[in-house]
Unconditional design. Structure first.
Length: 534
């Protein structure tokens, strides 16, 4: 039996999935929730939110992600970061997964990756779980009903959590697999119920395809000034550094919270929803995001709740620190309907410094911006990846290494060229620790971060006085009304000044050692800005 609206020539039988008992095409939110409840996949929460847990895996599995080693991509994939899977192994994986699926019930969503019609990708997502279909329908761009009648997938994702891969047969690492074939335009996901693998797979595809069109794919949030899309800002950063929180500014229009493209004319969201961390989420600090947790169709993932009242516990991380909610963009009152802005004139690079060494904000030259973009220093926050239980300092190039199929210099050169062409101002913002490292200091006050960002975006901070940081060489503002001046001088916030100096020396050495891998790929102008031990 088939239900839902679909292009008649694009049914599952056309890709070899035969004997499916029920294929449900492009069901909307009410029907998907009904199906998920019938299948006992979760529970209905307050306001019509859907409450789910993802079992064994509550974060991404980056070490289980592979790119198929096909002739057309052999010279363009960053293989050191994207382990190869041989073609025969992938074909065996596909055959075994489809054989496992035959006779089952599946959900199909035909969606767009990209808000800009000129650059979007048609994506078909086939899921074993009804709530996964709800999730990806929330997270990607939804076609108009009439567009479904002629929809032809550019890429297809098959997600089957009950299928476990076999390393001996499938050339993978464990019983979890995420395998991408650029030539077959197919992604296979098995062995994990964590829904974030679906959306990050789309991001990985776009990260490969868009640079060929001169478009910079970015792991960032973005917003623009009210009434002025040309005043656009982007916020680079790994999960947990503040992309969602800081871009959800009531005084600006939200384009999106995670993934965007920068073309010659626009900044455009890849997605149609937000996937926000909910640990310690409060109605006082983030009222609109908090309110989405009680709205119809929001997916509440891995949160503890009262079985009787369905009241969510935002402080209980016993399931995972990576508890999340997925909601459509229009649930945020100031979200852009088009999700398209102008080219960015402010670029914010968010870092979560677990050493407590970096200032809350610093101004970067274009050359320093490329240096810090390639470096991608931050901390992995607890729960976002399997095995991460506390902040871990790391260098994740382009602020999104797990999702970058091409070598980082490709993206770094794109960023450099677009900054030069557009004259954007670049800032490094530390949302990590102050007054000491993790375990001793405290998190940077969000009120101070917001005040500094507001001043950066409206131009007033740029007009003030700066000092040259003796360790890192960037410009640090001396003062801003309403912000404790000591925060702007991190050393002064430490009671142990020698401890600060030792941590700063260690971090400088880490920057220098990490950047050595890129020195042969960048010009003398960037090398001149490289951070070096004294």
């Amino acid at each position: 039996m088939t239900t839902g609206r679909v292009n008649p020539s694009q049914k599952l039988e056309d890709i070899g999935i035969n004997g499916v008992e029920n294929a449900h095409y492009n069901l909307q939110e009410p029907a998907l929730i009904q199906h998920a409840i019938r299948r006992d996949e979760g529970e209905l929460g307050n306001g019509g939110a859907f409450l789910v847990t993802t079992g064994k895996y509550t974060g991404r599995s980056p070490k289980d992600k592979f790119v198929v080693n096909e002739p057309s991509v052999q010279d363009t994939i960053w293989w050191e970061n994207n382990p190869p899977m041989e073609i025969d192994a992938f074909n065996q994986l596909k055959a075994d997964m489809i054989a496992h699926m035959n006779g089952g019930e599946y959900y199909v969503q035909d969606l767009f990756g990209g808000a800009d019609p000129e650059h979007r990708l048609n994506v078909r997502v086939i899921t074993e779980l009804a709530w996964h279909s709800l999730f990806i329908r929330t997270m990607l761009r939804r076609p108009e009903p009439a567009e479904l009648d002629t929809f032809v997938p550019g890429f297809t994702i098959i997600n089957c959590p009950t299928f476990n891969s076999d390393p001996a047969k499938h050339g993978c690492r464990s019983d979890v697999v995420i395998a991408i074939s650029m030539e077959q335009k197919l992604i296979l996901i098995g062995g994990t119920e964590y829904a974030g693998e679906n959306k990050k797979s789309v991001f990985s595809i776009l990260n490969y395809l868009l640079p060929e069109k001169g478009i910079m794919p970015m792991h960032c949030s973005a917003n623009h000034a009210i009434g002025d899309p040309s005043d656009t800002a982007v916020f680079f950063g790994l999960s947990g550094t503040g992309k969602t929180t800081l871009s959800a500014d009531p005084n600006r229009i939200l384009l999106g919270d995670d993934e965007h493209g920068w073309s010659d004319t626009t900044t455009f969201n890849f997605e149609g929803g937000c996937y926000a961390k909910t640990i310690n989420l409060s109605a006082e600090a983030e009222p609109e995001i908090h309110a989405t947790t009680q709205k119809f169709g929001t997916v509440i993932e891995n949160m503890v709740y009262d079985e009787y009242t369905k009241e969510l516990d935002f402080d209980d991380d016993s399931l995972t620190a990576n508890m999340r909610c997925a909601y459509p963009l229009h649930y945020i009152s100031n979200a852009s309907e088009s999700a398209i802005g102008g080219q960015p004139n402010n670029i914010i690079m968010l870092t979560c410094d677990a050493f407590g060494v970096l200032p809350p904000i610093a101004r970067l030259t274009p050359e320093q911006a490329m240096y810090h973009f390639l470096s991608g220093f931050t901390s992995k926050v607890a729960g976002t990846e399997r095995g991460v239980t506390e902040p871990q300092p790391t260098f994740s190039t382009c602020f999104g290494a797990p999702f970058m199929p091409r070598r980082p210099e490709v993206y770094g050169a794109l960023l450099r060229d677009k900054i030069a062409a557009n004259g954007a101002t670049c800032w490094l913002v530390n949302t990590g620790w102050t007054g000491g490292a993790y375990g001793t200091g405290s998190r940077m006050p969000i009120k101070a971060t917001r005040a500094l960002l507001t001043a950066a975006l409206n131009g007033s901070l740029n007009a003030g006085k700066f000092r040259k940081d003796e360790n890192f060489g960037f410009d640090v503002p001396l003062a801003l009304v309403g912000v404790d001046a000591s925060l702007l001088d991190p050393r002064s916030t430490w009671s142990d000044k020698d401890g600060y100096d030792a941590s700063a020396t260690k971090l400088v050495s880490m920057f220098s050692d990490n950047f050595a891998q890129y020195e042969q790929f960048v010009g003398a102008d960037v090398l001149a800005q490289a951070i070096k031990p004294k």
